[in-house]
Ligand binder design. Structure first.
Ligand code: A3P
Length: 259
């Protein structure tokens, strides 16, 4: 824990449980685990490690159930559950918990995202529905970001959403984490010094993580190599996503530069 936390603990100030101030709502396979592991290095962030699924699966259990780690005043409480972004009922529910909630979304080229999802499904022994170019297949629909975002914008103003580039999170994690810290009104504590590029993994890793002082990369299921996909299938997917990407750039005011 941070020095401030230890100091307050010594003073007898109790940490309390509160509902999350910020949520990583998606997207699945966008780099959500990396974002959570990186931001929770910050001493003023307290985050649930596993996916909570409160607003989609366990909502009926009531706000009391929501399992967040105890926090001190001034600390940001967070959780990440990527299915929130695509689940119809979630925006309204989050709004009724906290209309001021800050929402983070890691987005990645929907074609690569779909391939990543497909790779994960294949590794678990299912290759899912009609395959990669079946546009009614769940993993393909997740990548229609504009449609999901439109739903969130009925419940939250754009200013409460931060779009993190999944591509830049790999190439320049410190820069993306700087944006995240600013958005959460946190001091810029996490900088380039916190990261190193691990050549074996092929991804940036942390010099030290939340619970441990030694270098830490994400697990084996993050940063898998993708199988060869038929280029014809890839270009069909690209054409499918093109108009939705354009709409997404328009809604967010950001050109993510996906091919
Ligand atoms: P791949 O395994 O397809 O490469 P999520 O955590 O949302 O499921 O996203 C998984 C993706 O995070 C991985 O997809 C990987 O590309 C990406 N990623 C981003 N930064 C990473 C990092 N530092 N280490 C490992 N994977 C990272």
């Amino acid at each position: 824990r941070s020095p401030k936390y230890r100091f307050l603990k010594q003073q007898g100030l109790k940490a309390t449980r509160k509902l999350p101030d910020a949520l990583i709502i998606g997207v699945k396979k966008g780099g959500t685990r990396a974002l959570l592991e990186f931001i929770r290095v910050h001493p003023d962030v307290r985050a649930a490690g596993s996916e909570i699924h409160f607003f989609d699966r366990f909502y009926k259990k009531g706000f009391e159930w929501h399992h967040m780690p105890p926090t001190l005043e001034g600390q940001v409480t967070m959780e990440k559950t990527p299915s929130y972004f695509v689940t119809r009922e979630v925006p309204q529910r989050v709004r009724s918990m906290n209309p001021k909630a800050k929402l983070l979304i890691v987005v990645r080229d929907p074609v690569t995202r779909a391939i990543s999802d497909y790779t994960q499904a294949a590794s678990m022994g299912s290759n899912g529905g009609g395959g990669l170019v079946d546009t009614s297949w769940g993993p393909v629909k997740i990548g229609v970001y504009a449609r999901h975002l439109e739903r969130w914008l009925h419940s939250f103003p754009l200013s409460q959403l931060l779009f993190v580039s999944g591509e830049r999170l790999v190439v320049d994690p410190a820069a993306e984490i700087a944006r995240v810290q600013d958005f959460l009104s946190l001091k810029r504590v996490i900088t380039e010094k916190h990261f190193y590029f691990n050549a074996t993994k092929g991804f940036p890793c942390l010099m030290k993580s939340e619970g441990s002082p030694s270098p830490h990369c994400l697990g084996k299921t993050k940063g898998r190599s993708h199988p060869h996909i038929d280029p014809v299938a890839i270009s069909r997917l690209r054409e499918f996503y093109r108009p939705f990407n354009a709409r997404f750039y328009q809604l967010t005011g950001i050109n993510f530069g996906w091919p």
